[in-house]
Design a binder for this molecule. Structure first.
Ligand SMILES: C[S@@+](CC[C@H](N)C(=O)[O-])C[C@H]1O[C@@H](n2cnc3c(N)ncnc32)[C@H](O)[C@@H]1O
Length: 272
C-alpha cells in the first residue's frame, strides 16, 4: 500500500531532489514519487515523508540520497536507440578522427549501458583494424544501481532481440547453464568503455582530454531551462573545436543561449 504525502512534504522532497540532481519534478509527479518511494519508507520503518526527508538530509554518508535518486530517476534506454546519431558518428566523426586513429566520447547519462556499448559497436564495426585505433568511451550516470548493471555488461537476451543476428554473434556471448537467457558484451567492447559516477550538476567533470563528442540524450528533458543552459555551456568547454553534442530526439535547446551550431536535428557542433 502507498503512503500519503502532504503538499509540504512533496515540496520538500522536490527541493532536495532538484538541488542534488537538477531533476525538476513539477507538481503533477507526486503520485509517481510516492509510488517509487513508499516501499523504501516501509523497509526503513518510517511512517511519513517528513521522517524520510530527515533521514535523507541527516545521513552523512549520503547513501540514502543516492538510493532515493536511484528510485526516482527514469532509466529507460535501448541498444541503437535513435539510430541516426550512430550513423552520424560513423559517417562524419570517425573519418574526421582517422588520421590520429584516436577518438574520445562521453556518454554522459548512460543508464544501464546500452548507449555506450552501441557507440562501441558502431566504432568497432566501422574501421578496418580496430586494434590500431585508440577508442575510449567514458560512460557515466548519477545512479550507482544502473552503473553496476552497465559495468556487468550482462543483459536479458530479450534486450538484443531487435539487433541483426551477425551483430549479436560478433559482440555478445550467449549464456549457458545457469546463465541461459542472458547475453554478455564481449571484452573487445567492454575494454573500450570506462564507467564512473558523474553528476551532471557537478561544477567540474573528471575529464582532462578534449572530447570528440558528448552524448547527453533523454536526460535534459527532466531539467528546467536554466539547468539545461548551464549544462550545455559546461559541455562546450570539454568538447574539442569541431566536436559534437548529441541530445535526445524529443529534446530541444532552442531556449538556451549557447555557442553550438545546430547542424542536424538534435546534433550540435562546436565551432571548428
Ligand atoms: C532515460 S535515461 C537515458 C539513457 C540514455 N542516454 C538513452 O538516451 O537511452 C536518463 C538517465 O539520466 C540519469 N540522470 C538523471 N539525472 C542525472 C544527473 N544529474 N547526472 C547524471 N545522470 C543523471 C538517470 O539516472 C538515467 O539513467
Amino acid at each position: 500500500m502507498e503512503l500519503a504525502i502532504t503538499a509540504e512534504e512533496y515540496q520538500q522532497l522536490c527541493a532536495l531532489i532538484y538541488a542534488e540532481s537538477g531533476i525538476a519534478l513539477g507538481e503533477r509527479k507526486a503520485s509517481l514519487v510516492v509510488g517509487r518511494l513508499s516501499k523504501r519508507l516501509r523497509d526503513l520503518g518510517l511512517a511519513t515523508f517528513t521522517e524520510y526527508c530527515e533521514k535523507v538530509t541527516q545521513d552523512r554518508t549520503r547513501e540514502e540520497f543516492t538510493r532515493m535518486l536511484d528510485l526516482i530517476s527514469t532509466n529507460k534506454t535501448d541498444f541503437f536507440r535513435e539510430p541516426a546519431h550512430f550513423e552520424f558518428l560513423q559517417k562524419h566523426i570517425l573519418p574526421e578522427c582517422a588520421r590520429a586513429k584516436c577518438i574520445r566520447i562521453w556518454s554522459s547519462a548512460c543508464s544501464t549501458g546500452e548507449e555506450p556499448y552501441t557507440i562501441a559497436m558502431a566504432l568497432y564495426d566501422s574501421v578496418q583494424s580496430p586494434a590500431e585505433w585508440d577508442f575510449k568511451i567514458l560512460a557515466s550516470d548519477l545512479s550507482t544501481r544502473v552503473l553496476a548493471k552497465a559495468a556487468s555488461g550482462t543483459y536479458d537476451e530479450e534486450r538484443v532481440r531487435t539487433l541483426p543476428p551477425n551483430v549479436i554473434k560478433r559482440h555478445f556471448l550467449k549464456g549457458r547453464a545457469a546463465s541461459v537467457g542472458l547475453v554478455k558484451v564481449k571484452p573487445h567492447l567492454t575494454d573500450m568503455v570506462q564507467f564512473r559516477r558523474v553528476n551532471l550538476m557537478d561544477e567540474r567533470f573528471p575529464i582532462t582530454t578534449p572530447l570528440d563528442a558528448v552524448f547527453c540524450r533523454n536526460v535534459m528533458i527532466y531539467f528546467d531551462h536554466a539547468t539545461q543552459e548551464t549544462l550545455v555551456n559546461k559541455f562546450h568547454s570539454y568538447i574539442k573545436p569541431g566536436g559534437y553534442l548529441f541530445i535526445g530526439h524529443s529534446e530541444s535547446l532552442q531556449w538556451a543561449k549557447h555557442p553550438f551550431k545546430l547542424i542536424a536535428p538534435t546534433i550540435y557542433r562546436k565551432e571548428p
